[in-house]
Ligand binder design. Sequence first.
Ligand SMILES: [Zn+2]
Length: 119
Amino acid sequence: MNKLLPVWRAFNLRCPACGKGKLYARYLKPVETCEVCGEPIGLIRAEDGPAAWTILGLGPFLVPIAFMVSMSGAPIWLTLPLMLLGAIGIVLLALPRVKGVFIAVLWNMGRVEPPEDRT
Ligand SMILES: [Zn+2]
């Protein structure tokens, strides 16, 4: 099986195994088991990796944009709140997808931890 297909499915917030069931029960809270195929997605521990990769991935784009906006001469009372809202919005949109990719990569590697290893 193609190793990128589960990653693409999880990027689209779907189960990496079947691509039909939902990946999350709530925002960033993976379902315990896939409602379609029964894959134990809840046992895959992504930990802090998605947050770190989201920062590392978006920072190189957001920092130059913030710099260019600040050099544009627009009033700071307008640009600062807009930049803040834009950055928060992009991060909130990207984080579940980055976490989905993490979950799919760990699923590809067989890193489904048994329940007794969870803390
Ligand atoms: Zn599934």
